[in-house]
Design a protein around this ligand. Structure first.
Ligand SMILES: [Zn+2]
Length: 430
């Protein structure tokens, strides 16, 4: 019984209390934060979070939570930040091998699309991924997943796209499904058969698009292996008409559209994103003003990937300021892949600040609740609110801005996935 309120207390499985800051990101579970909302984090000082059966059951000041809940399990977060787990809204997660010789090619000025024409880039990784068994691939990806978790990422969008045969795309998506059942990281599967044109179809793009649309998408949908269908919409790869056909076919088969848009050329990918009602348009380095209008009109989330131009050695970054001032919701992604091998999502937040001139608060919003919208899970994750999954981070920091201010380190001490500690002292427990 609570002496002051006269109410009996409920029992919680765990209470995290006395946090210097609980960064709640509350109020945006239905619609993503946009404009000035991205700068408002809903911070509670001297905050606490109560958790039961994997869900958040209370959040507020420590005294408020302790008046309502009791628990034998407590974490004292004095001097620390408690925040939602990171959501990485764009990864090319399933791949084998690595491509370190390409770093020297990039330094010498060989452009990405030229590396691709020489059989490098994506096609090198396609070769390595095809040559890897499903079991080996799952083990490679498991290690990778636990590394992401140690840096505070609790949910990722995970694309296929290094198989480029039906068999190898299914293999990649099955790896994602199996990992979802065996590790404490949520992976949202995206079919990206239209990632590159495989060597077998080098001179016959339209036949490859036929295969994807007529055979692969229906089969992948039938097996329920993907939530999203994505396309690398780019000049000389999958141009607008092919991209439209692939995304529309995905939609008819129940796969939600997302798109690699206007990364290298202003091809009209953002306009197409609006036209097909894509959930997310990603990259957007060369988006036109019409494209921006299309995203805004159709409510498409702009998922920005600040590490992509960095690792491509392009001195051009997406115009986050213009997207935010035009009320287009912005999310972040790592673009984790063999050409952008960044497992530390905290570094992505820092790049969003240092290169895209987003504020630390905007970066944090983009990396949590807006990224949750980008993967269509904002009703379950991305903020600290009653009823949501207890995917939480406790930082070795007394201010959330340190995440962006100190690039490259790991400020995550503890990670809870569905209320269960899975990382302590920055180390995975699995
Ligand atoms: Zn990508």
């Amino acid at each position: 019984m609570n002496a002051r309120t006269g109410l009996s207390k409920s029992s919680a499985d765990l209470i995290i209390e006395n946090a210097r800051q609980v960064v709640t990101l509350q109020g945006h579970s239905r619609e993503p934060a946009c404009g000035h909302q991205m700068d408002e984090l809903g911070i509670i000082e001297d905050g606490a979070v109560a958790i039961s059966q994997g869900k958040i059951v209370a959040v507020g000041q420590t005294s408020f939570v302790n008046e309502r809940f009791s628990s034998k399990n407590r974490i004292n977060a004095t001097g620390k930040v408690v925040m939602p787990g990171f959501v990485d809204a764009h990864t090319h997660f399933v791949f084998a091998g690595s491509r370190e010789p390409e770093l020297e090619m990039k330094i010498k000025g060989v452009e990405y699309l030229d590396i691709l024409k020489r059989g490098g880039g994506i096609l090198r990784t396609v070769h390595d991924t095809r040559a890897t068994s499903k079991q080996q691939l799952r083990e490679i990806c498991k290690v990778r997943a636990l590394t992401l978790l140690a840096y505070g990422t609790t949910t990722i969008e995970a694309k296929s796209g290094y198989g480029l045969t039906l068999e190898d795309e299914v293999k990649s998506l099955e790896v994602i499904r199996e990992l979802n059942q065996s590790i404490p990281l949520t992976l949202i599967p995206t079919f990206l058969g239209a990632h590159a044109i495989p060597p077998e179809y080098a001179n016959n793009v339209s036949e490859y698009v036929d295969r994807i649309c007529d055979d692969w998408i229906p089969e992948i949908a039938r097996k329920k292996l993907a939530t999203f269908c994505d396309v690398f919409c780019e000049k000389g790869v999958f141009e607008i008409d092919d991209s439209r056909r692939i995304l529309e076919t995905g939609k008819r088969n129940g796969l939600l559209p997302r798109i690699h848009a206007d990364e290298f050329y202003p091809l009209g990918g953002a306009e197409l994103a609006g036209e097909v009602g894509a959930v997310s348009a990603d990259h957007l380095l060369n988006m036109s003003s019409r494209g921006l209008g299309s995203l805004k009109h159709a409510g498409v989330i702009a998922t920005l990937l600040p590490a992509a131009p960095l690792t491509l050695m392009i001195d051009k970054y997406p115009d986050a300021r213009s997207l935010i001032s035009n009320n287009v919701p912005v999310a972040l992604g790592s673009d984790l892949s063999p050409s952008c091998w960044i497992e530390n999502y905290q570094l992505i937040l820092a790049l969003a600040c240092y290169k895209l001139r987003m504020t630390p608060a905007e970066a944090l919003t983009a990396a949590t609740i807006n990224a949750a919208h980008s993967v269509r899970l904002a009703d379950q994750i991305g903020s600290i609110e009653e009823g949501k999954n207890a995917d939480l981070l406790i930082l070795d920091a007394n201010d959330y801005r340190l995440l962006s201010y100190r690039p490259g380190g790991n400020q995550v001490n503890t990670v809870l996935k569905n209320g269960i500690p899975v990382v302590r002292e920055g180390k995975p427990l699995q």
